[in-house]
Design a protein around this ligand. Structure first.
Ligand code: NDP
Length: 444
């Protein structure tokens, strides 16, 4: 049995109840197979694959807090520190009822390779809780965040592990968590990214993941003799990543005609009105029905359906496993040119395969959405320097990073005879740097 198959079998047996983690490991290990095969003896002896698929450590803890009725509520908190071969652990905190250890492990594992691709010195980690901020008052969110950070603060630090936002964790939650970290430790340090501008945040961090996704999509299209101008795009989600992807795509001359949330979706043939979407989602924290109510050209539909709309470019920006085989069959039948993932692992393995087999340009999330964590690393640099860079400085560094990532993954795919397979390219390029650092640092 090959070393890859041996380790895949071990990981499957050991983590059988964590399908999302297994899906992520399978995708990565399958696509780095040529690199592993070329170094099989060394990697086997050094147990590289066993080490890279086993988190350095994982924390699971109780989060007790009091709701507005005086009732004590209990949630579970997690932090998985996956791999710090190339820098301090770095990865967001997801607050969503679906969170359990398997989701955090899949995200932490993906983060190792994504962070490596940015070219910046950051390792992989992830955390979160099954707490749902939806429908909670600001006081309840603060109570949760303070309790969560009371425990999390024992494991993190500016040079140790630097969490950030993710689904359900935006500027409000990061602010409450930063306040509690400072209160407990007495340290004013860059322990979290995605902070507000008045207390150490970076300009352009809010926009970074969505903007970065579009910078990469533009570079991909340019490399194939096209560009975003005049393209029709469909986007899923209406959170941080989706909103700024829509904004940048429109700035580059594309027309974005959909967005969605967890209850329904909007088709707006005149193009999504970003200012209205921001008002509904960022200010009012309301449902998309409010967008449709305020916009005569928009149609609101319950359930899922953005992928049924004919488009040139599809950008899944909501959550994992939201783009399924039947969806991509529709996209391909409708003539889609490119699919670039804003979310983490939104496309199932069979759907990814179908897109690639049908000649659709496909960039996986670990490359396409790396602009968020890259800009978080730029926030860390600014915090260490005690300086703030201008929006233009950060944005132009972000743009350069996304262009570099595209060419690195393109080159890596070509080096292993897999031209155009950006999944393989991203996994190989991300893996090569991490494995090099692991080997140099000995058995640890
Ligand atoms: P937000 O919480 O801001 O937005 C998430 C969006 O997706 C919302 O519109 C939400 O709908 C929808 N959504 C969430 N869960 C589901 C679900 N189970 N089914 C359908 N829709 C769902 O999160 P972000 O925009 O920050 O994150 C989106 C994705 O991008 C995630 O996969 C995240 O891991 C990834 N990502 C985010 C980065 C960042 O910088 N924020 C960086 C890199 C990746 P509703 O409003 O109804 O909840």
């Amino acid at each position: 049995m090959s070393y890859v198959d041996e380790v895949l079998a071990k990981v499957q047996a050991k983590n059988a109840a964590e399908p999302e983690f297994l899906q992520a490991v399978e995708e990565v290990l399958e696509s780095i197979r040529p690199v592993v095969d070329a170094n099989e003896e060394l990697y086997r002896k050094e147990a590289i694959l066993e080490r890279i698929t086993e988190p350095d450590r994982q924390f699971k803890f109780r989060v007790s807090w009091v709701d507005d009725q005086g009732q004590v509520q209990v949630n579970t908190g997690y932090r998985v520190q996956f791999n710090n071969a190339i820098g301090p652990y770095k990865g967001g905190l997801r607050l969503h009822p679906s969170v359990y250890l398997g989701i955090i492990k899949f995200l932490g594992f993906e983060q190792i390779f994504k962070n490596s691709l940015t070219g910046l010195p950051i390792g992989g980690g992830k955390g979160g809780s099954d707490f749902d901020p939806k429908g909670k008052s600001d006081r309840e969110v603060m109570a949760f965040c303070q309790s969560f950070m009371t425990e999390l603060s024992k494991y993190i630090g500016a040079d140790v592990d630097v969490p950030a936002g993710d689904i359900g964790t935006g500027a409000r939650e990061i602010g409450y968590m930063f306040g509690q970290y400072k209160r407990i430790t007495g340290l004013y340090e860059g322990v979290l990214t995605g902070k507000g501008l008045s207390y150490g945040g970076s300009l352009a961090r809010t926009e970074a993941t969505g903007y970065g996704l579009i910078y990469m999509t533009e570079e991909l299209l340019k490399s194939h003799g096209q560009d975003m101008a005049g393209k029709t795009c469909v986007v899923s989600g209406s959170g941080n990543v989706a909103i700024y992807a829509i904004q940048k795509a429109q700035q580059l001359g594309a027309k974005v005609v959909t967005c969605s949330d967890s209850t329904g979706w909007v088709y707006d043939p005149e193009g999504i009105d970003v200012a209205l979407l921001k008002e509904v989602k960022e200010v009012k924290r309301a449902r998309l029905t409010e967008y449709a109510a305020a916009r005569p050209s928009a149609q609101y539909h319950e359930g899922r359906g953005v992928w049924t709309i004919k488009c040139d470019v599809a950008l899944p920006c909501a959550t994992q496993n939201e783009l399924l085989l039947d969806d991509v069959k529709t996209l391909v039948a409708n003539g889609v040119t490119a699919v670039c993932e804003g979310a983490n692992m939104p496309t199932t393995l069979d759907a990814t395969k179908y897109l690639q087999e049908n000649g659709v340009l496909f960039i996986p999330g670990k490359a396409a959405n790396a602009g968020g964590v890259a800009t978080s690393a730029l926030e860390m640099s600014q915090n260490s320097e005690r300086l703030s860079w201008t929006f233009e400085e950060v944005d132009s560094k972000l743009q350069q990073i996304m262009v570099n990532i595209y060419h690195n993954i393109d080159d890596a795919a070509k080096r292993y005879g897999k031209e155009g397979d950006y999944v393989a390219g991203a996994n190989i390029a991300g893996f090569e740097k991490v494995v090099d650092a692991m080997l140099a640092q000995g058995v640890c």
